[in-house]
Design a protein around this ligand. Structure first.
Ligand SMILES: [Zn+2]
Length: 314
């Protein structure tokens, strides 16, 4: 699932291409994508893009008259840019959205300088698009998680310990923290040398500070890495699994810090990877012995967490 670093890089690329441009045509190919009926999607046609914003893991495209297209890519949604006049631009206009179930075209937005398209791999229709009005409309879609770069240690600590969760759950809960998902939570916990199943209210001051620093340095590092990779182009290699990651997606490979084999915990469709020697004092977190704890605290699916918007925090 595209997380904060991926979204930041998408936004930069979109800003450079869309700001000041007028939306000429919009095509929605999937009936599952658009989750709002009012205002109608046709109301953004002919309007200029004035601003881009990130809302947690959502991409918000702001149009004149305070209309916002809010896109959540979920796990398999990806954006593509087809420059007008280029080979891919010629293919994109007129719209021929791919019906291939492997990488289905869900929507296309045609601007004077090119076309932005949205695809979703796989058969599950999870990506969502909302069209809302003004700050109030945006606020309704905001899960309310704390922005790691807009807080201090004290603010971080307060949110982290507002309920007693496992660290993995706390970091990936969009109502607690903004923009962090399955991949970067693994990387943050590795950098902080903390167990994914440590409980937030059991952490001491030093561990909390380590976690806060790790969150900031890990996310900063990955924004830089992805920005360099995109190199001013449109980010086309968005993935949760990267060779340079320390633990995420690296089950049974050697830990880059100590050489121990990376382990993983799987629960329902969720997975977390960690280094037992760096993070759990050598202990293997066996699926079986954890099941009781996880049942209570582990998100069953990433969608279950992502669907949450602000409201009572459990
Ligand atoms: Zn290690």
């Amino acid at each position: 699932m595209p997380e904060l670093p991926d979204i930041v890089v998408y936004l930069k690329a979109l800003e450079q291409r869309l700001e000041g441009e007028t939306l000429q045509r919009v095509q929605i190919a999937s009936p599952f994508l658009l989750r709002t009926a009012v205002p109608p999607i046709t109301s953004v046609k002919g309007k200029k893009v004035v601003e881009l914003r990130r809302l947690g893991k959502r991409i918000c495209v702001g149009f004149a008259d305070n209309l916002w297209l809010v896109l959540h890519l979920m796990i398999a949604g990806r954006l593509h840019w087809h420059e007008a006049g280029s080979a891919s631009g010629h293919k994109a206009v007129p719209f021929k959205l791919s019906k291939s179930p492997k990488n289905r075209g869900l929507a296309a937005f045609q601007f004077g300088n090119g076309t932005l398209s949205l695809t979703e791999a796989g058969t599950q229709r999870r990506a969502s698009l909302h069209l809302v009005e003004g700050d109030a409309g945006l606020a309704r879609l905001d899960p309310g998680g704390l922005e790691i770069f807009a807080t201090d240690l004290e603010g971080f600590k307060t949110v982290l310990q507002s309920a007693n969760h496992t660290l993995k759950r706390a970091l990936t809960d969009p109502r607690l923290f903004s923009g962090i998902g399955n991949a970067y939570s693994d990387e943050i916990l590795f950098a902080a040398r903390l167990s994914p199943v440590a409980l937030t209210q059991k952490l001491d001051a030093e561990q909390i500070e380590r976690l806060f620093d790790a969150a900031r340095t890990t996310l900063t590092k990955w924004v830089d890495v992805l920005r360099q990779e995109a190199a001013g182009g449109f980010p086309e290699k968005v993935t949760a699994f990267r060779q340079e990651m320390a633990v995420h997606g690296r089950y049974q490979q050697p830990c880059p810090r100590c050489g121990a084999k990376i382990q993983r915990i799987r629960y329902a469709s969720n997975e977390t990877d960690y280094c037992p020697s760096c993070q759990t004092a050598g202990k293997l977190l066996a699926d079986r012995s954890l099941s009781r704890l996880l049942k209570k605290d582990w998100p069953k699916t990433p969608e279950e967490l992502e669907g949450l918007t602000a409201g009572p925090k459990k």
